[in-house]
Design a protein around this ligand. Sequence first.
Ligand code: M6R
Length: 611
Amino acid sequence: MCGIVGYIGEQQAAPVLLDGLAKLEYRGYDSAGIAVYNGHEIEMVKSVGRLKVLSELTHDGTTLVGKSGIGHTRWATHGSPSNDNAHPHYNKDGSIVVVHNGIIENYMKIRKMLQNKGYEFNSDTDTEVVAHLLDYYYTGSPLSTIIKVLQRIEGSYALGIMFKEFPEQVFAVRKDSPLIVGHTKDGNILASDVPAVLKYTRSVYFIENYEIVCLEKDKMTFYNIDEDELEKEPTTIEWDVAAAEKGGYEHYMLKEMYEQPKAVKDTIYPSDSRIVDGRVVIKELSMSDEDIKNIKKIYIVACGSAYHAGVTGKYVIEGLTRIPVEVDLASEFRYRSPIYEDNSIVIIISQSGETADSLAALRDAREHGVRVLGIVNVVGSSIAREADSVMYTWAGPEIAVATTKAYSAQLIALYLLGMNFAQVRNTITEDKMSSLIKDLAKLPDQIEMLLASKEKVQRFANRYIAAQNVFFIGRGIDYAISLEASLKLKEISYIHSEAYAAGELKHGTISLIEEGTLVSAVLTQEHLYKKTISNMVEVRSRGAFVLAVTTEGNTEVEKAADYVIYIPQTNEYFTNSLAIIPLQLFGYYVAVGKGCDVDKPRNLAKSVTVE
Ligand code: M6R
């Protein structure tokens, strides 16, 4: 989604803004713009397309001279990508400029009101109403003007604002869209996401809903909506700069796939290890044994790949603990008036911790008095802060839009949770627990081994760059793996693909199979091998080319497949962590072969902060 950056200090602002926006490119955007106070007025440059264009237009920022400014990358929601719709937006004489991430939901009503009062609009965006409203309510005091505007606008927003009359100040405020600020060595910076500021500071302040911050060259002041000053504590970001850079890899996605062994290891054994003396210990759960024994139902709620991790979580947690688990898409859950059973808990899974639908689901659960556990990657994100407790996945910064390492870390968090609950509820023997812990410990090396055979997958993928349709089938956990494998392929290669529960094909979808259609079958659950093999035979006899991903030793599958990829032996609950690796590589190499923009697929954003 959109990215915002702001700077005020001793340096020239434009290069800092361009650099910050470049670090937010991964969020997805289709136009960009910056505004800088040049000593007389606020000067703006905007462009459609990649940031490169904006850098060229401003000679890497050198033609915009001034030490305070705001910048924006826009992911179009209201109005097509165009110069007029690109941010910053401004009032009639350009003395107030605004950048915005989020959606102003009541913008139509405000726009009409302002038009009736003679305001003219230059864009189709929801954001432009904020610039004109600031003008309309302008009192001479930026703070009180901003507060008046906040009382009129509805929706989600992180706003960066400059007033020509107050060139020594840059303002920012947020509601339901992320916003951070930090001191640099010679000024102050604001952004919608951590990577934009990492080069300048590791100590950041997370702005809460309806908090307003005023950045000056040498200080930052925080206010609440009553204009009272607030004391805030900074949070230290542990990620290092290199973790958010490409480090010699062709794409972030490839680098992040290669970071999976570490992400998995760090999630099992963070500094406060989650395995202690043969037991799974998750201190941050802050639930007593009694609380865990009393759980009657678990709802897992998430979007996209995080939802797919949740589908695996259902099989694992139900299998280990016999607690019923319902998995829901957050966008559905939030509007279906879920029936919360007594003694239930909600688990929200999210890499970014900012996904709008997941956040809304969290709030719904909490409003109903249900305990919420967040499984989150980004430290200090909204979901992490609003959940009753948070179990971090230690995958480090994930930049590629297509998630890989964060997904792998989410799986681990869910395994650990299932094991912990099983141990407390006595639904697992000591022998079984120690064998699970041993198998868990082997996963990082096994993933590394699978990554090492990437050339084999690449050769196979090269044959499918012209594919029109691909199907992924499996049963149980293998179905969950198929869901994720299918999303990986389609989101970056633009090849239509679908995941199907293998037994469901013959209820309609099998009619799509024709000569040469690629069907990828996942077989890692021994008790289901025979059933899925029958489904492979069914599609193969209708002309499909069958790729099988299965566990070493299951050579029986060869008679029903055209190509087989073996994964190492592991516990039946952990197979997703291994089987997904060649399938991620497959999606990646098909997309690379087609020349797609792998890290920034069209129409997609890394962090979906609007519903
Ligand atoms: O940040 P989140 O984990 O909440 O994001 C959820 C989905 O938007 C995300 O997993 C998306 O599906 C990815 N592009 C998949 O690769």
